[in-house]
Design a protein around this ligand. Sequence first.
Ligand code: ARG
Ligand code: ZN
Length: 471
Amino acid sequence: MHRRLIVPSALTASLLLAIPASAADYAPGAPGVGDPYYPASGNGGYDVSHYDLRLKYQPETDLLEGTATIIATTTQNLSRFNLDLGLETSEVRVNGRKARFAATGDHELEITPATPLEKNRPVSVVVRYAGKPSELRIGGWTAWHRTPDGGVAAQEPDSAVWWFPSNDHPLDKATYDVSVSVPDGTQAISNGVLRSRSSRLGWTRFNWRSAKPQATYLATLAVGRFDIITDKTDKGLPVLNAYSEDLGDNAGAARASVERTAEVAEWLEEVFGPYPFDALGGYVPNVTSGYALETQTRPFYSPRQFANGANVSVVVHELAHQWYGDSVSVDGWKDIWVNEGFARYSQWLWSEKEGEGTAQELADYVYAQHPADDPFWTVRPGDPGPENQFHLAVYDRGALALQALRNEIGDEDFFAVLKGWPTEHAYGNARVADFVKYAERVSGKPLTGLFDTWLYQPSRPAAPAAAESRI
Ligand code: ARG
Ligand code: ZN
């Protein structure tokens, strides 16, 4: 829907009172959503509801060609707006009409539509683009893992700019259709349900749908030669796991871990409530990096996670994120504890259930590992700063905070909080402060002191009730 922009004149001024927009009312959308950790992340002025990505990837040359169709709603009168993209754009259309565009550095794509966009209107944006993701480095690093037989996009807090244009911040979640064409014999993995796959003219197209709101950094693409294993859970949820054919010695251990996805998810449902998505799985590409990532419905695992044998704990961690991180997402990146503290604590709960040490015992062990002068204690998990966003303290001290909470409010309220929170904020965004308030509400106890001690002080807590009792 379009409305003509009416330029006011003295004669028509009285008639214009009812018309909201004069040229002066239209302004450019902000080039960032206002996250203090990452000022350029995301953009202002619109809200995306859906990404449709039609891609073609050539493993031999690393050439990715794409057409992205973005369905959004404007949230202000826009003279222009930005998308985040690191590849090269050849054409942009807004509501079907050719738009001017400029790559402004800092992986921003600045788009000026043929006519300004009025607030609260639906808008469609088509971006044609191409590039070699492996050639893109931002601040010296990359989210793109080139492999001998393909490539993978998986990284936090950013990976989208390596493969599609977006409003790249967890505040703007959307649904996805990702359609990827790759040479026959090669597979393309993404999030959600594999709706169909078909082959013609030497190319195989994989059509993926992720039907629940998904943050941009949780969207993933993996191309390579994969063994794909599919099944269904007792409740009929489709499970799809994918393993690179090239995992060497780690192949058995990788399967012995990731094939337990449905079992782990079933256990997590007892702790966190109903699984929030409509597909389950994991994938293990032949990357050389060492981390895993909770890409939505289908976590990314590095083969290195399985170098010492099966590692179900990492599967527990990434699946716990489906509730804590993916369904309930950070409001800003300073809130990373609402992801990592809980994913780590869920590993302690798994250990407790497996009889390999209770969460209390693990808390005592971790506490004792870090003497008071260990710089570990200078990191504040409640606001660690971008440089320490994935510091061990966010995970381990973050989980200690939860053990301290458990000891303060008792198991009954503690597990009610763990289960209630993902429902309270399902598919949304939340801050550390929201969690503190929620735990106070459920337990009826004041908790700001406890969380201040464990999440916000740059020193080893003086009275670690959780830890000291057992040391
Ligand atoms: N959320 C991920 C995990 O703990 C962390 C990924 C961090 N990335 C990194 N390069 N360290 O599962
Ligand atoms: Zn994590």
